[in-house]
Design a binder for this molecule. Structure first.
Ligand SMILES: *Cc1c(COP(=O)(O)O)cnc(C)c1O
Length: 351
C-alpha cells in the first residue's frame, strides 16, 4: 500500500514546512495538497517527493505543474487540454506526465461521472504525453458501510471501463484517515490486486493525531496551541466584559487578558463557552472573543500572574483540551478548528 500524506491547508494548520520535512524524513514519498500553488510551495521543501495537486488546475497553471513536477488530479477535458498543450511545449515525451484521474462515485464535488468517462478517455490518445498513473475516488461517509459499498461499486465499474480501453493504472487511490485507522475498505485493495495495481490511501487528519470518528486509542495530537496572560484586572459585581457586554460579573471577578482572538482562529462562537487551561485548571472565556484578544475568568485560580502559560489546545498538568472539544462547542469539526489557526500564529517544532 502507498500512503499519501495529505498536507493541504498548511498541513491542517500545523505548518507545512516542518510537517512535510518530518514526514519525508520518516519515509513518506507522496504528499497531497489542494492547489498548484500549494504544490509549488511544497516543492521548495521536498525536492524529491511526489506531490499530488488534488483539486485540478486552472488556466495558466499547467506550466507550473510541469516545471515543479507536480502530479495533477484531473477529471475534465479542459484539464487534459491545458496539460497536453503545456507538456508538448516543454517537449515532454509520450506518457511522461503522470496524472491521477478522479471518478465521481457520489461526492458530486470533483471527478468525472461514469457517463462522461468514455468521452474523457477518448480524448486521451495513445501518443499523449499524459499517462493515467492512478484512478482515484473519495468516499463521502467513510465510517458507514453501505454508502461506501455503493461508491465502491461505481468505482469498480469505472476501473473496469478504464482497463477495457487499454489503460493500465499503477495505483488505485481511495480511502482517507478513517480507512487507515479502521483498515476499512479492503475492497479497494482487492480491486487493485485484480487490476495488477497497488492501492493508495490518502490520509490527513490521522497523521496529526486525530480519529475523524472521534476515538482511536493511542493517537496523540501533534499540536498544542498556547498563549500567555498579558493583563489582569478585577471587576465589581455587575460590571460587564467585552463587546455587547455579554458577560456580567456576578461576584468580584478577576479577568485575565489573552493576546489571541478570532483573527488567530480562536472561533468567535467559543465566546462565553470555551475554557482554557491555566495552572492545570479550566478558566472559562468571559464575554465575546474579540478579533485579537480574549478575556478569561481566573477568579478561581488565584495564582494567575502576568506571563503565565495558557493552553487553548493541548495538555497542562494532566488537564486537556482537544480539537474535537472545541469543535463540539463551536458546532464544527476538528478539521476546521485546526486549519483555522491563522498564519500569524507562530509555529514552533518541539521534540
Ligand atoms: C482532505 C482529503 C483527504 C484526507 O482526508 P482525511 O479525512 O483528513 O484523512 C483525502 N483525499 C482527498 C481528496 C481530500 O481532499
Amino acid at each position: 500500500m502507498e500512503l499519501l500524506a495529505v498536507v493541504k491547508a498548511d498541513a491542517y494548520g500545523h505548518g507545512l514546512a516542518s510537517c512535510a520535512a518530518t514526514l519525508a524524513a520518516e519515509g513518506v514519498q507522496w504528499f497531497g495538497v489542494t492547489s498548484v500553488e500549494e504544490g509549488v510551495a511544497l516543492r521548495a521543501i521536498c525536492p524529491d517527493s511526489r506531490i499530488l495537486a488534488m483539486s485540478g488546475l486552472w488556466r495558466g497553471e499547467a506550466d507550473a505543474v510541469i516545471e515543479h513536477r507536480l502530479t495533477p488530479v484531473v477529471w475534465d477535458q479542459r484539464h487534459l487540454a491545458l496539460l497536453e498543450e503545456a507538456a508538448r511545449r516543454h517537449g515532454a515525451r509520450r506518457g511522461a506526465l503522470p496524472v491521477h484521474l478522479e471518478i465521481d462515485t457520489g461526492m458530486s464535488r470533483q471527478g468525472v461521472q461514469l457517463g462522461g468517462l468514455p468521452a474523457l478517455l477518448a480524448s486521451l490518445p495513445a501518443e499523449s504525453p499524459l499517462r493515467i498513473e492512478a484512478v482515484m475516488t473519495h468516499f463521502h461517509s467513510p465510517d458507514q458501510a453501505e454508502p461506501t459499498a455503493a461508491q465502491m461499486r461505481e468505482f469498480a465499474a469505472a476501473v473496469e471501463r478504464i482497463a477495457a480501453r487499454g489503460f493500465r493504472p499503477e495505483l488505485l487511490s481511495a480511502g482517507s484517515s478513517t480507512d487507515l485507522l479502521n483498515q476499512g475498505t479492503v475492497a479497494v485493495t482487492e480491486l487493485a490486486v485484480r487490476h495488477g495495481a497497488r492501492r493508495m490511501i490518502r490520509a490527513g487528519l490521522a497523521l496529526y493525531g486525530y480519529d475523524p470518528c472521534g476515538e482511536a486509542p493511542g493517537l496523540q495530537p501533534v499540536l498544542a496551541w498556547k498563549t500567555r496572560i498579558i493583563g489582569l484586572r478585577e471587576i465589581e459585581p455587575g460590571a460587564t466584559a467585552g463587546y455587547s457586554a455579554t458577560f456580567r460579573a456576578g461576584r468580584p471577578t478577576r479577568l485575565a487578558l489573552l493576546p489571541v482572538g478570532y483573527a488567530d482562529g480562536f472561533n468567535r462562537l467559543l465566546s462565553n463557552r470555551a475554557r482554557v487551561l491555566l495552572h492545570g485548571h479550566a478558566a472559562p472565556v468571559a464575554g465575546r472573543i474579540s478579533m485579537d484578544q480574549t478575556m478569561v475568568d481566573v477568579t478561581e485560580i488565584p495564582q494567575a500572574g502576568i506571563g503565565d502559560e495558557v493552553v487553548l489546545l493541548g495538555e497542562q498538568q494532566g488537564a486537556r483540551i482537544t480539537a474535537p472539544d472545541l469543535a463540539a462547542l463551536a458546532g464544527t469539526i476538528p478539521y476546521e478548528v485546526l486549519c483555522a489557526i491563522a498564519a500569524r500564529v507562530p509555529r514552533t517544532m518541539v521534540e
